[in-house]
Design a protein around this ligand. Structure first.
Ligand code: ADP
Ligand code: MG
Length: 323
């Protein structure tokens, strides 16, 4: 427990994008093959993520928000995914800190509706700000979990006001992050819809969980494929908001690499930004994902050789005769 505490720090939920990201990662970690994100008022009113994953077992209902101070050791966080600090090296799940749901509880009204395959029926539970169960009732559902987060940031009036004022911008960033998970998920159907006022629900994203190529076509349209294959050819739109980087399937921000990619690309092509979907396969010992709470930033142990390798590979790709 002490070691779990050691890797926990700060809030994970910074904005709409990280809230949705954490919920979708939990669904992926639970082995879901179908995930539906339903927003109300672009997420300003409510976020609901439903999956057909393993469900939350009853011994995890209470503890995953437990906040206890024992001999100066805070056991605020519970995760079912990490039992030993040394596991962190070999960890393949997205979550391991056990702080996403407890953070969400402190920032919003949270309820879950869940059922495991061992359960005879579903259970609906709602939590208070401290993450304690305030109600629990039986409610039929299929195996899986729905987490509902309403009135995000309402306990922080200033942040809440800012959130509602900028909700469209936060919403765009959230879509970009959702696109990253949709692109890389080969066996997961991902749907995102939004409901505004009394109008009908609109679909923002829908993938079938095909190959990465199929996912690219479903998300960005068939023309996009033309500009990826071979790289740099075709007239599909490339732009900086269409660059997706992954390390071993985990969506990450690689700002230095993105800069290098854009510079190299510009020197070989007239278009300023290439579209890119790049998944780097690296040994888990080559990097740390535990640098920022949202795990989007990586610490590469030998960054300069990584960058050199990329420079050569990209050079070969864009101008094979020059290298
Ligand atoms: P972490 O993902 O780091 O373990 P979270 O706070 O995100 O921590 O989730 C806490 C725990 O709640 C998870 O370890 C998992 O056991 C359970 N959980 C959360 N969401 C789901 C879900 N969609 N399906 C199954 N279990 C879930
Ligand atoms: Mg998680």
């Amino acid at each position: 427990k002490a070691s779990i505490h050691r890797i926990c720090s700060g809030q994970v939920i910074l904005d709409l994008a990280t809230a949705v990201k954490e919920l979708v990662e939990n669904s992926l970690d639970a082995g879901a093959t179908s995930i539906e994100v339903k927003l109300k008022e672009h997420g300003g009113d409510a976020i609901e993520v439903s999956d057909n994953g393993s469900g939350v077992s009853s011994d995890n209902y209470q503890v995953f928000f437990l906040s206890l101070d024992l001999f100066g050791l805070t056991l605020k966080y519970h995760t079912s995914k990490l039992s030993d600090f040394s596991d962190l090296q070999s960890l393949t799940s997205f979550g391991f800190r056990g702080e996403a749901l407890s953070s969400l509880c402190s920032l919003a009204d949270v309820s879950i509706h869940t059922r495991t395959k061992e359960d005879e029926t579903g259970t609906r539970i709602s939590y208070n700000r401290a993450g304690l169960i305030v109600s629990k009732e039986t409610a039929a559902r299929q195996v899986g979990t729905t987490v509902t987060v309403s009135k995000l940031f309402s306990p922080l009036p200033v942040r809440h006001k800012e959130f509602l004022r900028n909700v469209r911008r936060e919403y765009s960033r959230m879509i970009a992050i959702l696109q990253a998970y949709a692109l890389i998920s080969k066996n997961v159907r991902l749907v995102c819809t939004n409901l505004v006022g009394k109008s009908s629900r609109s679909t923002i994203l829908r993938t079938q969980g095909g190959s990465v190529r199929e996912n690219i076509v479903t998300i960005f349209g068939p023309k996009t494929m033309a500009c990826l294959d071979p790289p740099g050819s075709g007239s599909g739109r490339g732009s900086s908001d269409r660059q997706f980087f992954f390390v071993n399937g985990r969506p990450v921000d690689l700002p230095k690499f993105s800069k290098l990619l854009n510079e190299l690309y510009k020197s070989f092509n007239s278009q300023q930004y290439p579209m890119a979907v790049l998944n780097f396969r690296l040994p888990t010992t080559a990097y740390d994902v535990n640098v920022t709470p949202d795990k989007r930033k990586l610490f590469l142990h030998s960054e300069s050789s990584f960058m050199d390798g990329l420079r050569n590979a990209l050079g070969n790709l864009y101008a094979p005769n020059k290298y």
